[in-house]
Write a protein that binds this ligand. Sequence first.
Ligand code: GBH
Length: 494
Amino acid sequence: MFLGASAGSVALAGAAHAASKAGASKGGAPFPKDFAWGVATAAYQVEGAAAEDGKGPSVWDVFSKKKGAIFDGNTADVACDHYHLYKQDIALMKALGVKSYRFSVSWPRVLPDGVGASNPKGLDFYSRLLDELHKNGIEPFCTIFHWDYPQALYKKGGWLNRDSAEWFAEYTTLLADKFSDRVQIWATQNEPQCFIGLGLLDGVNAPGDKLKYSEYLTAAHNAMRAHAKAVQVLRARAKDAKATKVGYVVAAQIAQPLTDKAEDVDAARAAIFAVGRHEWNNSWWMDPVLLGKYPEDGVAVAGKDMPKFKPTDLDEMKQPLDYLGLNIYKADNYKRGVDGKPEQVPVPPGYPRAGSDWEPITPGCMYWGPRFFFDRYKLPLSITENGLATRDQVCLDGKIHDPQRIDYMHRYLLELARAIKDGVPVTGYYAWSLLDNFEWADGYKQRFGLVYVDFQNQKRVPKDSFDWYKKVIASGGRSLQEKVAFPVTQVTPL
Ligand code: GBH
């Protein structure tokens, strides 16, 4: 056994085994009746219309024009042209049967300068989008900020400027006033680790900066302050404050135990909340927001680079949330090392991976992630993103066969079902993504969609995984218990 088959990470050769295991509960899948089966996208990755109808530039519009910044020199000027084709895309969602759609608003589309005068045409786009969703019985889930920061505010210092929290509050006020009559589920920010870490420290995402470590931590601090101010704005201004659900979405970094031995589970639990580096960890980005303090090990690692801030900041950062959003793609494996400390165990050579190389296929992350996060933060969880990039193409029969994506989602959803069965409250699952789209610095190289997009002519073709997910949704997750249709070949037991 490897990768803790019995500890929740399904032996990769054994989908049938996983199915029988998760199917042990009477009556099939344990997903709650009102479970939000959904799909997710983000404004910059799908909308296009980068300079249309008065939209201001975002840092991504500028960054994507820099030589060498994006794979093959791709840009998102057109992307999926969702700005014009949103009705067609909502029709696809309707056909898929999703209950909820997680989208984001482009900040500079509605506030071209980031603050100040709003753009009526930009606001009108989201208004029409929301009406169309409601017409089709799909619940909107609005992410306020998914990385496309207004260039005008970046020029004023961006997240390094302490006022950035007020700018974000002003933007959130606009959204609350215009859209809270039709939106009840909100996320303040998507993956602060990425827009701060990849954007301002590593420089591989927009705006492409490589700040000093102390500045990077200051920017992170301000982003978390901004999150908290947005929560306060929504609580104060949403039309139906009681029905409003506000959350925060992180790039969940999962550590899973190599085996189900208690010592390995403890090692994984210690690893998942440890701060070795600030970029790819959880506690640094969640403890201030959820517990009102920075984790001590992280403060020690920061040392003299620790930002100076007002003592009241930490109290203000901690605002009650209704749910925690987890974007989950993969796990690292941990066991108890000989010294008693958690020890990471690399996957064996040739281990299954996504088309995007960072994603080894590790279904156990969908069990252990939710479990560990719920234990620590005691909040309902939403799986706000999960999906797989594969090298999809239109086959000679005109279809897009993506068995690897189906197998991935099947394994991951079985593990999520197991977490729910074991008592973890999970309110929804959002497949990343509805459409193949602009995968940031990877351009159009990575296809994550349930729907294939031909970027030459904007033609959409549902992939096999679309039909598969449709069945999952229609059956409330029960179809996950069915035996897989293809023969399972027993290779080296994992
Ligand atoms: C999410 O980002 C985004 O929210 C979404 O916009 C994006 O399209 C989607 O996932 C798919 O990528 O392990 O050191 O090599 C996920 C961003 C990508 C950040 C992988 C960490 C790997 C760093 N993550 N990246 S590493």
